[in-house]
Structure formats: structure tokens, C-alpha cells
Design a protein around this ligand. Structure first.
Ligand code: GLA
Length: 720
């Protein structure tokens, strides 16, 4: 709900409100839990300092106005000067803007548009605030339009500048590396600035764009709908204000805005909640309803089997068909042929760019896919379209397609270079190549990989300071055309595991491969960190071999499944090596997953415990009607002789009576108790006797897990 009442502008969602005032300048007066009205709003205004200065909660900061902090919008004019004086002009309620070339949220029709003008240069800054009532999210789209006669260089232009009173906040970021993505880090801000950014061209595994600003009782979560270099920072100072800023990273950014042109910053989203959990829940709703789109948005995602960890490059047609056969026998629904099926790809040193069948190896991809389908499975395929190997036909024919700087030896990563997707000709090539692959094997699913960082950025027709962003525009243009052309295909984005897990990619591809680390112990941390911002239906999670390929830890098949069922389930090992007992166990797992899939993928998720530092952790996902729930609890270290490890659940229907049982490896259930949701949400329940050492006797460094199912027996009778 958007309202303009004189100089006051109100945004309301189901549980939050924001009040902005525009009068010469514009400022935030309130953002938090929903209030019935804004009586007393005048008392929210900033104080006037001894020198006459006021320090409001700003919607942006600009250069040249005596501001002591870094501007969020900064330009250089043709005369070499930097100062701007954007003044508030007017507020209107308008249709939501279309962000040229960029992914954005959908599902609300109107925005509150605030216009600011730098009169001397005729540079116009517009902020469009949209309230997504059902998910308690507010988004901002920011634009800069050059109304002057000379070009202007945009040096930085943040998408969102949120400012709140108080300097007692902490800043939480989700950082990591390959195979160790999105580990939560929280530090007090006190006085000063803390940055979270990417410099490698993609949103990265190092610092995810999702961040939290929190203190007891107030938490603000912010994310950016963008997959390239981003920067968030939080800053507190002696004016007792804290700001949270997100946008394109100004690093190597210098965008020339010709007269009449508009620059569109990526859309940013903010969510307020009283706790981290409330923010996560609201972010999940926002992502599920207003980011993920298309045929697969609300559809249950297929259980897949992928051959990567089972074979790596070393497979034959026979091997693939044997794995697929086992997959079909176990009840999987989709087989995914990973890296190694194209060009002459027997290792990672060649063939990227040659998206043609390696027929000597596949025995003919088309017929291979047909055979897989004849087993009752859908067929999916891996592809890494943004890359080129120097040892490839494509490179021999079009060396100019590669991202390189003349007379410099390019930086190779995993032996590969990137394609210069800034060039429309290269975009055309990628679009055609991927279309051909999908059509040739009638793929129902595509895993779109991206396995390196961006270096050697250069395009002869592009200014250097525009390269990183123009790359993203090129990529988005290609993938938007592809998802439009193949609306039934389920796309899963991947970047050396989870190095591009962001809202930009999720606008096109409904799920993301969470991490190349498939070890259950480490996955509990990675998935729990990821789930702060992204719902279960977006997280690819696979059961792989034990001992684990990446860590050497070994775990029971049951534990590996219990962890993987926290996302979109798959299996990623050589299933031909599984014995009958293991295959039976897998069959039972898949049957269980299918039965509870809607709640596992689309239920309301609550994080339990603390996966990073706690003695136990896990999640519970509750059906939207409260009728059932599944919870998985993991204990990383079970100390013999210690008692009273206790777990609390969450989110169950307080008035409903549930029967609670836990699942055994063979698929049978052991009854635990019957209890009302109110009790289950509040009590501390004993874990001790639920774990069995025999499950893990042959494991090294095992993770103890239990999967609980809650089924509503009846609703509590209301007292008359
Ligand atoms: C990346 C992906 C893996 C696999 C390999 C193939 O690392 O994350 O899942 O597809 O590439 O080369």
C-alpha cells in the first residue's frame, strides 16, 4: 500500500511500515514494525545542531554538500567538477518502472516515485519504492537521467541507502570461498564502516550480496537483484545514525551517460523483522513469490541423479546408461549428464565453446538422451556457456571471442578463458549454441555452470569503466532470451558450486547448485547460511558417496539423505556401485521425499539451533496449512557420557495436536510422542536416546542426524 499525504509518503506491507518525508530534502522518518498511523510524526524529525545543521536519515548521500561520509551517488561533469545539489522535486504514485536489461521483482503494479533534480546540470535522480505487502518487502529502483547537454560520468550509484537511528547495530554477512559458501559472520559496528563486496565480476562465494543489520528487536535484511560486482556497507557514527548501502560496486566503474540517457541501478530489496528468523521468513516469501518465476515457480522440482562425482570426465555411454538405469529403479525422475559430453572433453583443459556432441564418447547424444527417456526419466544436461578453452574449435576460429587484453597474457583459471559477452556477436553465438544443445537432446533441465572469475576485461567498443556491468547486461540478455524460448526447461544455475547464488540469477533460473561441497557435515553449515536469504526450493542438495570426495569425512547414507532433503534433492555418485541394500535405502528415501516434497521444498522454513557454533542445529519446514512438518536435527559432535542435549522446534500450529515420529534408515518410523504445536514450539526436547551409535559405527567424523515427521492428528477443541 502506497499513500501520499501532503509531504508524507507512506509504504505499508502486512507487518511493516515506512514513512518518508519530502520537503526540500527527503528523509526516512520511520521503518519498522507496522504502526496503525503516523500521528506524532513531526517528533520523529532530526535535531537541529548548534551550528544550524541537521543530519536526517537520508535516502542517498551526494558529493559536494559538506557531507562527512562517502556519497552513495557520485558523478563527474564534463567540466571536471563533482559537486551535485539534488533537491527533492515531487512524489507521485506511478506504474513500476521497467529496468532496461536488468532482472527485477514482479507482482506489484505501482511504485512511489521520488524525483530529485540537480538544477545546474539538469541531472535527475529518481527513486522508486515498491511495497510487496504479502512478503513484507520494500524494494527500491534508482535511476539517473541526464537532462543536460553534455555527457556525465557516473562514478558510483547505490541502489539503496537505508538509514536508521542508533549506533548499536551489528552487521552480518555471508562469506566464504569455493566449497565453503555463505558462512555467517556478525560483528558489532560501533563507530566506522564495514564492507561486503565482490571484485571478481560475479556476486561470488566470497561475499554474498545478502546482509543483515541487527540489534535486539530490530533487524533489517537487504539484498540486491544482481549477479555482478556488488558492494554493501554499513556505517555508524557519532550522529547516532547507522546506514546500510547496497549497489553496484564502484570499483572500476565509470559509466558515461550521454544527454537524454538514463542509467538504471539494479533493484534492491529490504525487509524488516524483529529477529533474524522473521527476516529470513519474509525474504523467503519475497523470493518465492516475486523473484522466482515461470513454469517451475511453484512446481515440485524433480529428484535428479547427476553423474559428476560418480564419473567425473571418465565415462562411457554404457556407464551413463547403467547409472541412469539405477536412477530409474530407485525412483529418480531426472538424469543429468554433467561435464564431458562435448567437443573432445576428457579433462578440463579443452573444448569449452564447442557445444557439439563428443560422439566417440557418448555414442550419440541424441540417442543417449532417448534411451534415458525410455527408462522413464527426463534428460538434463550440463553446459558452461560463458567460457572458452584455448584448445577448442571455437577459439581456433574466433580467438577474438575470448575476454583478453591485447599484448597481455590472459589469466587462466581452470585452464579456461571467458567469452566476451559484452559483444552482441558473442551473445548471439552463445544463444544459438545453447539453443542447439537443448533442442538436440530435448533437454528438460539445464545446469548452467560458470567456473572462474572475470579478469582481462576488455572490449574494443566498450569503455573500461563500463565493462563489468555491460557483461552482466550481455549475460542477462542471453539468458532472458533462452528462458523465453524454452519456457518448460528447468534451469539450475551453478558457478563452481554456489559462487553466483543471487537474486539476479534466480529471476531466470529457479534453483541454484548450492556448493560443490556435498559433505553432510559441511552442508549443514552451508545450507543453513544460504537459507538466511534463499528458500529451500532454490537450493540444489545432493547425496554423494562416502567417504566424501571433498572432505574425506564418512557418513551413513541416512545422514547424507537427511541433510540433502533440506533442499532440492539429488544423488551424485556412481549408483552402479551401490549394493542392493543401499539401493533399497535410496528407493525408500526418494519415496519419502516425494511424499513430503511439497513441504520440504515449499513449506515455511525455520532454522533451528546454530549450525556454525551450536551443539546441534537443523531446520523444520512446516506445511502452509500446518498439517504436517519435517525437521532434521544434526549433532556435529556427540560426547559420550554427556546428557541433556535438547532441541526446540518452531512454526508448528499452536492449537494442533501432532503425532511425532522419527525416520529409520529402512524407511520405517519410530513413534516419539503426541504433543500440541504450542508445546513443541516451546519445550526443550531430549535428543539423547534418539541417536544410535550403530548408525555411525563405520563412519569417520560422522554427523549424527535425525529426521522427524510431524503429522496433525486433530485440532485442539476451542473452549466454549
Ligand atoms: C563445477 C560444478 C560441478 C561440476 C563441474 C564440472 O565445479 O560446480 O558440479 O558440474 O563444474 O566441471
Amino acid at each position: 500500500m502506497l499513500k501520499i499525504k501532503g509531504n508524507y509518503f507512506i509504504l505499508e506491507t502486512n507487518h511493516t511500515s515506512m514513512l518518508i518525508k519530502g520537503d526540500g530534502r527527503a528523509e526516512y522518518l520511520y521503518y519498522g514494525e507496522r504502526v496503525p498511523d503516523f500521528s506524532g510524526a513531526e517528533w520523529l524529525s532530526p535535531e537541529v545542531y548548534w551550528d544550524g545543521a541537521v543530519h536526517p536519515l537520508s535516502l542517498f548521500l551526494q558529493a559536494g554538500r559538506g557531507e562527512a561520509r562517502e556519497p552513495s551517488v557520485s558523478v563527474r561533469f564534463a567540466d571536471g567538477s563533482y559537486a551535485t545539489d539534488f533537491r527533492f522535486v515531487r512524489a507521485r504514485i506511478v506504474p513500476r518502472p521497467v529496468l532496461e536489461g536488468l532482472p527485477s521483482a514482479y507482482g506489484e503494479a505501482k511504485s512511489l516515485k521520488l524525483e530529485f533534480l540537480d538544477e545546474p546540470s539538469r541531472l535527475k535522480l529518481c527513486l522508486y519504492y515498491t511495497a510487496f505487502a504479502d512478503s513484507d518487502a520494500i524494494t527500491v529502483c534508482a535511476t539517473l537521467t541526464n537532462g543536460g547537454k553534455k555527457p556525465v560520468s557516473v562514478l558510483s550509484f547505490a541502489s539503496l541507502h537505508l538509514e536508521v537511528w542508533g549506533n548499536d547495530f551489528s552487521f552480518t554477512t555471508f562469506d566464504g570461498a569455493w566449497a565453503s559458501e555463505r558462512r555467517r559472520h556478525t560483528r558489532p559496528l560501533e563507530c566506522g564502516k564495514c564492507e561486503n563486496a565482490s571484485y571478481i565480476g560475479s556476486s561470488s562465494a566470497f561475499h554474498n550480496p545478502f546482509v543483515l543489520l541487527g540489534r535486539k528487536g530490530d533487524v533489517y535484511g537487504v539484498n540486491l537483484i544482481y549477479s555482478g560486482n556488488h558492494r554493501e556497507f554499513a556505517e555508524s557514527d557519532a550522529t547516532r545514525r547507522t546506514r546500510l548501502v547496497t549497489g553496484i560496486n564502484p570499483y572500476q566503474f565509470d559509466w558515461e551517460l550521454a544527454p537524454g540517457e538514463t542509467f538504471f541501478a539494479p533493484e534492491a530489496v529490504m525487509v524488516y523483522g524483529k529477529t533474524d528468523e522473521e527476516v529470513s521468513e519474509r525474504m523467503h516469501e519475497f523470493v518465492s513469490r516475486h523473484i522466482v518465476r515461470g513454469k517451475w515457480k511453484d512446481r515440485e522440482r524433480p529428484v535428479l541423479v547427476n553423474n559428476w562425482e560418480g564419473t567425473y570426465f571418465n565415462f562411457t555411454r554404457e556407464k551413463i546408461l547403467n547409472i541412469a538405469r539405477k536412477a530409474a529403479e530407485a525412483g529418480a525422475e531426472l538424469f543429468v549428464l554433467d561435464d564431458g559430453w562435448f567437443g573432445k572433453r576428457d579433462s578440463d583443459t579443452c573444448s569449452l565453446g564447442d557445444w557439439t556432441d563428443y560422439a566417440e564418447k557418448t555414442g550419440g547424444l541424441e540417442s543417449l538422451a532417448d534411451e534415458v527417456r525410455a527408462m522413464g526419466l527426463k534428460f538434463g544436461i550440463w553446459i558452461e556457456p560463458e567460457m572458452i578453452s584455448e584448445d577448442s574449435e571455437l577459439y581456433r576460429k574466433h580467438p577474438e571471442y575470448a575476454m583478453k587484453i591485447a599484448r597481455r597474457d590472459p589469466q587462466r583459471m581452470r585452464h579456461q578463458l571467458m567469452l566476451n559477452l559484452v559483444d552482441p556477436q558473442v551473445q548471439g553465438y552463445v544463444f544459438r549454441a545453447v539453443s542447439r544443445v537443448i533442442t538436440m537432446c530435448k533437454a528438460a533441465y539445464v545446469k548452467w555452470d560458470y567456473n572462474r572469475y572475470m579478469t582481462d576485461c576488455f572490449d574494443r567498443n566498450t569503455r573500461g569503466g563500463e565493462y563489468f556491468h555491460r557483461y552482466m547486461l550481455g549475460l542477462y540478455s542471453v539468458i532472458s532470451r533462452l528462458v523465453e524460448r524454452f519456457p518448460n526447461v528447468l534451469f539450475e544455475s551453478c558457478a563452481g558450486g554456489g559462487s553466483r547464488f543471487d537474486l539476479g540469477m534466480l529471476c531466470f533460473m529457479p534453483q541454484t547448485w548450492t556448493s560443490d561441497n556435498t559433505d553432510a557435515r559441511e552442508r549443514t553449515v552451508i545450507q543453513s547460511g544460504t537459507a538466511y536469504a534463499y528458500p529451500q526450493s532454490t537450493m540444489g542438495a545432493h547425496v554423494s558417496a562416502s567417504p566424501n570426495e571433498q572432505t574425506g569425512n564418512s557418513n551413513s547414507l541416512q545422514t547424507r539423505f537427511n541433510v540433502a532433503c533440506g533442499g532440492v534433492l539429488g544423488y551424485e555418485s556412481d549408483l552402479t556401485k551401490a549394493d542392493d541394500a543401499e539401493l533399497d535405502e535410496i528407493r525408500a528415501q526418494i519415496a519419502f521425499y516425494k511424499k513430503y516434497r511439497s513441504v520440504l521444498q515449499f513449506g515455511v522454513y525455520h532454522r533451528l539451533g546454530d549450525a556454525l557454533n551450536g551443539e546441534w542445529s537443523g531446520f523444520i519446514t512446516v506445511a502452509r496449512d500446518g498439517s504436517k512438518a519435517v525437521s532434521v536435527i544434526a549433532v556435529p559432535e556427540k560426547r559420550t557420557g554427556e546428557f541433556n542435549l535438547r532441541v526446540k522446534f518452531a512454526g508448528l500450529d499452536e492449537n494442533a495436536l501432532y503425532s511425532v515420529k522419527y525416520r529409520r534408515a529402512d524407511g520405517s518410523f519410530v513413534p516419539v510422542c503426541q504433543a500440541h504445536g504450542a508445546m513443541l514450539n516451546r519445550g526443550s526436547f531430549a535428543l539423547q536416546n534418539l541417536f544410535s551409535e550403530t548408525d555411525v559405527r563405520s563412519c569417520s567424523n560422522p554427523l549424527y542426524t535425525r529426521l522427524f515427521v510431524f503429522e496433525k492428528v486433530s485440532a485442539r477443541k476451542k473452549r466454549s
